[in-house]
Design a protein around this ligand. Structure first.
Ligand SMILES: Cc1cc2nc3c(=O)[nH]c(=O)nc-3n(C[C@H](O)[C@H](O)[C@H](O)COP(=O)(O)O)c2cc1C
Length: 354
């Protein structure tokens, strides 16, 4: 029987096991979005997992949503990421940088250039506050991206893909989940456009497909993963009763591109999951939010997924792979320090003493 401890060939890299760290924003970069030495330690500590998917990383100043998140659009950021990649590779793990444009989930005080958040449509997130350098503030109504700006967005993702590989990463993950820009294009309540990027399912999926094609063209499809979170409602997205058709269309468009993987945040639609498994030709990573440690590995053993990703368990257990192997006790995650920007609650979760 296959287990999560078996190796796996993901695109161009051989993973030592089938456990991935799920992408997690931790707000420990510099104000300029440069990965810090603290981040190098954090990722190095977690390299017992076969694949590390990084925190959401903006492809442009405009794409930044939260404070102190890293970017991948200038030389200093690329140099910072290359230290992370070297550290992770030295421990025998692989690194995919998650490229995330926050779209409307942003605030001018959180971006480098102080611009209004850019989104598919000028639809304000309902009752939504976010932390900024000037304290918690309401998220403003975003501006609608003009049709002739869309090629620029595609090019920013393309360049981010090239830069990630230049930094030594094994690939990128396109963040098309959790209510950020690409998910906002997909979701009918955040995309009210009347051009070729809004309206029909084909149109709402168009930008994601264009970006995936551009990234695959630039660095090879086998270095590009994509994350989807069907109908999870994140960031105020309301996908409606036909959401499964939307995802079947999107996955069908992405399938021929030869991507490295599809990373599905699975919240219970068993029918859609079965359809994806049967129709997605490349690797499938499943993330089951809130899953218990005892259940980790069940999807791989059952053949439902090729890899499993874990978030909070990996956040709070730097040596998670070792602990799971021996059934050791687990540290509990401390949500108060998730986004706190400091060393505490970041690199000081203890490892098991052997
Ligand atoms: C602190 C924190 C930050 C997160 N940031 C991201 C992110 O940047 N990108 C993303 O796709 N998901 C993000 N997520 C979601 C996780 O990747 C994962 O899907 C979620 O935590 C559920 O899995 P878990 O129960 O194993 O933690 C974040 C989750 C947490 C706890």
């Amino acid at each position: 029987m296959t287990t999560v401890w078996d190796s796996f060939v993901l695109g161009q890299v051989e993973l030592k096991n089938r456990l991935a760290m799920a992408p997690m924003t931790r707000n420990r970069a510099t104000v300029g979005g440069v990965p810090t030495d603290l981040m190098v330690d954090y990722y190095r500590q977690r390299s017992g997992l076969g694949l590390l998917i990084t925190e959401g990383t903006q492809p442009s100043a405009e794409g930044q949503g939260y404070m102190l998140t890293p970017g991948i659009y200038n030389d200093a950021q690329i140099a910072g990421w290359s230290k992370v990649a070297d550290a992770v590779h030295a421990e025998g793990s692989a690194l995919f940088i998650q490229v995330m444009h926050a779209g409307r989930i942003s605030h001018p005080d959180n971006t480098q250039d102080g611009t209004l958040p850019a989104a598919p449509s000028a639809v304000k997130p309902e009752v939504h506050e976010m932390n900024t350098a000037n304290g918690p503030q309401e998220i403003p109504t975003p501006r609608e991206l003009a049709t002739d700006e869309i090629p620029r967005i595609v090019e920013e993702f393309r360049t981010a893909a090239r830069s990630a590989v230049a930094a030594g990463a094994d690939g990128i993950e396109l963040h098309s989940a959790n209510g950020y820009l690409l998910h906002q294009f997909l979701s009918p309540n955040t995309n009210l456009r009347s051009d070729s990027y809004g309206g029909s399912v084909e149109n709402r999926a168009r930008l994601i497909v264009e970006i995936a094609k551009a990234a695959a063209e630039e660095i090879g499809g086998d270095r590009v993963g994509i994350r989807l979170s069907p109908n999870n409602g994140a960031g105020g997205t309301v996908e409606g009763p036909d959401y499964a058709d939307t995802y079947r269309h999107l996955v069908g468009e992405l399938a021929p591109l030869g991507l490295a993987y599809l990373h599905l945040m699975h919240i219970g639609d068993q029918e859609l999951l079965s359809w994806v498994r049967a129709n997605w030709p490349q690797a499938l990573i499943i993330n089951r939010p809130g899953r218990d440690a005892a259940e980790v590995g069940a999807d791989v053993s059952a053949g439902v997924a090729d890899l499993e990703s874990v978030g909070q368990l990996a956040l709070s257990n730097p040596d998670l792979a070792d602990r799971l192997k021996v059934g050791g006790p687990l540290n509990a995650a401390d949500p108060a320090t998730f986004f706190a920007g400091a060393e505490r609650g970041y690199i000081d979760y203890p490892a098991l003493v052997s």
